[in-house]
Design a protein around this ligand. Structure first.
Ligand SMILES: Nc1ncnc2c1ncn2[C@@H]1O[C@H](COP(=O)(O)OP(=O)(O)OP(=O)(O)O)[C@@H](O)[C@H]1O
Ligand SMILES: [Mg+2]
Length: 361
């Protein structure tokens, strides 16, 4: 098995699971079961082995099993090329989220060095019709996969922009303070612009070799500064305007993202639901290929209800491409027939729920 592989997962008081152990031996796992049985909860738990708030973007306390509210713990045994790693993520009601590697405290970024996890969720079906913030989050998450500093730059940048806006609110600020803030904003802002644009170029290039799925082309909309001086000048020129609105009117926090189905020349928002899903699949496959090139190992893929809008041929094609990537993947499906293919490396796990407690059949 190439790369890193989740061998077992223990869920402790996590959402609908009181205590459950799952063992994985195949490269692909399909979780089946009725609505509300607990399929997505498993994918969410796995997603928490990556930095951030997981695929539902939940607050830590929301994951605590109700009504007990004891907090929760997720343990994963990962098999790498030569080693086995024990990752644990836990949360207690009175504290913060904790992460540990082989029993020792670790950071989210170290966890990210070890295992990369990508996902597609049904919520992303609304990506192209919702607000620009959702799309920025989407591209930033992808960018973070390639540039581990990207998340940190974003946090610093956002803090500095908040400070600049606060100066406008207070009024009568010291000019030298504003000058220095704007220089720092530009230093981080330019990195964010560059990381995003490099990521998009890489993905667009990679998408050209994509077969049997629509070829996507991503593009950043809005002002995209590549020169520090021009960017700084623009910020200074806009001071009066920004003072009036109390907001910073230029920068990476104003960008938007567009996706085009190249062969048709149509924006994703005007594509059919199935086509939009297939475009997202294309992006995630490109990203996985590039991660293999960069880091030598494929990511783990979480595909929540991925079959719902894909036709039979595309579903089969997806499985074949995932096998080719050697990326461990987890799929959920209410309907078992969606992924009823006779591949040795595809395993089916049925999830049931009794009295609010999820379990493996
Ligand atoms: N904190 C919590 N404590 C207890 N139960 C929870 C908690 N959060 C969510 N649940 C329950 O977990 C159950 C399973 O949710 P999940 O989203 O995993 O279902 P699913 O199998 O993916 O269903 P669907 O097919 O509808 O997507 C739901 O019934 C939900 O009410
Ligand atoms: Mg679900």
């Amino acid at each position: 098995m190439a790369g890193i592989f989740l061998k077992s997962l223990i869920l402790n008081h996590f959402r609908s699971y009181k205590k459950e152990t799952l063992n994985f031996s195949s490269i692909g796992t399909v979780f089946t079961g009725p609505n509300g049985s607990g399929k997505t909860n498993i994918l969410e738990a796995i997603s928490l082995f990556s930095p951030g708030r997981g695929l539902r973007k939940s607050k830590n306390y929301e994951n605590s099993r109700k009504p007990e509210n004891y907090g929760w713990k997720i343990q994963g045994t990962f098999e790498g090329l030569e080693e086995v790693y024990e990752l644990e993520v836990s949360f207690q009601e009175s504290g913060d989220k904790k992460t540990s590697l082989d029993g020792k405290k670790t950071t989210q970024s170290k966890m990210n060095d070890l295992v990369k996890i990508l996902w597609i969720t049904p919520q992303m079906d609304r990506l192209w019709t919702s607000g620009a913030l959702e799309r920025r989050n989407f591209i930033d998450r992808i960018t973070y996969g390639f540039y581990p500093n990207h998340g940190k730059f974003l946090l610093y940048y956002e803090k500095l922009v908040r400070e600049r806006n606060e100066l406008f609110r207070l009024g009568n600020y010291e000019k030298s303070w504003m000058d220095s803030l704007e220089v720092q904003i530009v230093n981080y802002g330019i990195e964010i612009f560059r990381n995003r644009s490099d990521t998009i170029q890489t993905l667009n290039k990679s998408a050209k070799v994509q077969e049997n799925f629509p070829k996507p082309k991503l593009e950043i909309l809005g002002e995209n500064f590549i020169n520090k001086d021009t960017y700084l000048m623009k910020l200074r020129d806009n001071r009066n305007l920004d003072n009036f609105s109390g907001r910073t009117s230029v920068g990476p926090h104003k960008s938007d993202l567009n996706l085009i189905y190249i062969d048709k020349g149509i924006d994703a928002k005007d594509c059919s639901t199935g086509e939009q899903k297939a475009l997202l699949v294309s992006i995630i496959l490109s990203m996985s290929r590039e991660i293999v090139k960069l880091f030598g190992v494929p990511p783990i893929l979480l595909l929540d209800e991925i079959g719902a809008h894909l036709d039979h041929e595309r579903r089969n094609e997806l499985i074949l491409q995932l096998f080719a990537l050697k990326a461990q993947f987890f799929i959920t499906a209410t309907d078992q027939s969606f992924f009823k293919y006779d591949y040795d490396d595809l395993n089916y796990v049925e999830i049931l729920n009794k009295g609010g407690n999820s379990y493996i059949k």
